[in-house]
Design a binder for this molecule. Structure first.
Ligand code: KG4
Ligand code: ZN
Length: 399
């Protein structure tokens, strides 16, 4: 059993060039300069731009992570890197750097699945005076249910034990954060629109009344503005299906129809440059933000409840960029509370978005002996993790 293990971890799966140093589950540094400024004008992440930005920044980000952790490369026990899922040409940059360091300092290289990182991000601990860094293995009552909600994935994972995962539900089309971003784009809210929608919905909370009702086989969510009495309705996708899968692309279409109705615009007249938000009042935009937030959360709540009923877990773990929303967290936490389940969430927003720390935590939990499936190749000193029930890990070129 290896305790107090210290790992340098790199994640370049999408648009964050991130590097961290993690001791056990304690985050000594977590550097993640955002690339949002580069991608903003395109309304989404452009892979070739992401790759160039990673290449430009990776050396400085690694150096900064080591500096903040006050360590030298020789003090490290291992190097961990995200090998997928993610943008292949972006991942390559991190993998190349990690291999370079591992080879140069003769350290084991640990390949980590990005989604496993999000799943285990709730075990990261801050580096505080009171945290004694004992690095005891976290006490968990299995089974647990992980709910991973980001811009690229929306997944429910049954965790039977450390490293024993089963993907039991996922989005059939767009991811939850993607829906926020696409709906926000219709309103001209910029990229990423998720945080703006959350903020607008929060500001508008006191002005609206939200309810759901059944219509034939569907569940409809209705937002009523208490002052103007205006009504905004959207269908809750997959609300009445028995499985744990989700859908968000139909929501975007329903939202677009609703906005076109409000602006008297025909969908066929729209061009990529059309900014329907300009034709709406501030109050209408706030109400629409309330509607998209509420209908999204409603779907997440329905599916989490179904998953709990089906798998009877002892704990709920949440992770991913959308978990940065306080409303999403509190809605999911309230379900956990209703069932008397332990609820685990990352201790800071910097652990919800893509970050190296969650990769370091996942690697260290494995090195601390929690994942029997960790395969060690002594010839090349590489540990390869097994997360095969989720997205396939791309092949890691080892030399
Ligand atoms: O995990 P993440 O940083 O990247 C992916 O792996 O996808 O997630 C980014 C997503 C974006 O879609 C963004 O709009 C959403 O998370 N997001 C939020 C909030 N902060 C980020 N959505 C709602 N409320 C927020 N506060
Ligand atoms: Zn992610």
């Amino acid at each position: 059993m290896l305790n107090q293990i210290t790992t340098l971890a790199i994640d370049t799966s999408c648009d964050e060039t991130s590097c961290s140093v993690v001791r056990g589950t304690t985050v000594l540094s977590n550097i993640l300069p955002s690339q949002i400024e580069f991608h903003k004008k395109y309304g989404g992440v452009v892979p070739s731009i992401a790759k160039l930005a990673h290449q430009e920044r990776i050396d400085n980000v690694v150096a900064e992570a080591m500096k903040r952790a006050k360590l030298d490369f020789m003090n490290l026990d291992a190097i961990a890197v995200t090998v997928g899922p993610g943008l292949a040409i972006a991942l390559e940059v991190g993998i190349k750097k990690a291999k370079e360091i591992a080879k140069g300092y003769n350290k084991p290289l640990i390949a980590i699945n990005h989604m496993e990182g999000h799943l285990l991000s709730c075990f990261a601990q801050p580096n505080t005076e009171t945290n004694k860094q004992t690095n005891d293995v976290p006490e968990v009552k299995f089974p647990a249910l992980g709910f991973l909600i980001s811009g690229g994935h929306t997944e429910i994972v049954l965790v039977k034990n450390w490293g024993k995962y089963e993907l039991v539900g996922k989005t059939l089309d767009d991811a939850c954060g993607e829906a926020f971003d696409k709906c926000g784009r219709i309103l001209g809210l910029g990229y990423p629109a998720g945080p703006v929608i959350s903020e607008f919905a929060k500001i508008n909370r006191k002005n609206v009344c939200i309810e759901t009702y059944r219509k034939h086989q569907s569940v409809i969510l209705r937002v009523v503005n208490k002052n103007t009495k205006n009504i905004y309705e959207l269908p809750v996708p997959m609300a009445t299906t028995n499985d744990l899968n989700m859908s968000f692309s139909g929501l975007k279409t329903a939202f677009l129809n609703l906005v076109c109705e409000l602006t008297n615009e025909s969908i066929s007249n729209l061009t990529p440059k059309t900014n329907l938000g300009e034709r709406l009042s501030k109050s209408q935009i706030l109400n629409l933000a309330s509607a998209i937030e509420a209908v999204t959360i409603e779907q997440l709540k329905i599916k989490l409840t179904k998953a709990i009923d089906k798998y009877n877990p002892n704990e709920i773990w949440v992770g991913g960029g959308v978990i940065a929303s306080a409303r999403v967290r509190s809605s999911l936490r309230s379900i956990a509370r209703k069932y008397n389940l332990k609820f685990r969430q990352p201790y800071t927003k910097k652990l919800t978005t893509d970050n190296g720390a969650m990769i370091g935590v996942a690697a260290n939990l494995k090195l601390m002996g929690l994942n029997s499936k960790l395969k060690h190749n002594p010839k090349i000193g590489v540990y390869v993790t097994s997360f095969e029930n989720l997205d396939r890990i791309p092949r890691l070129e080892l030399n």
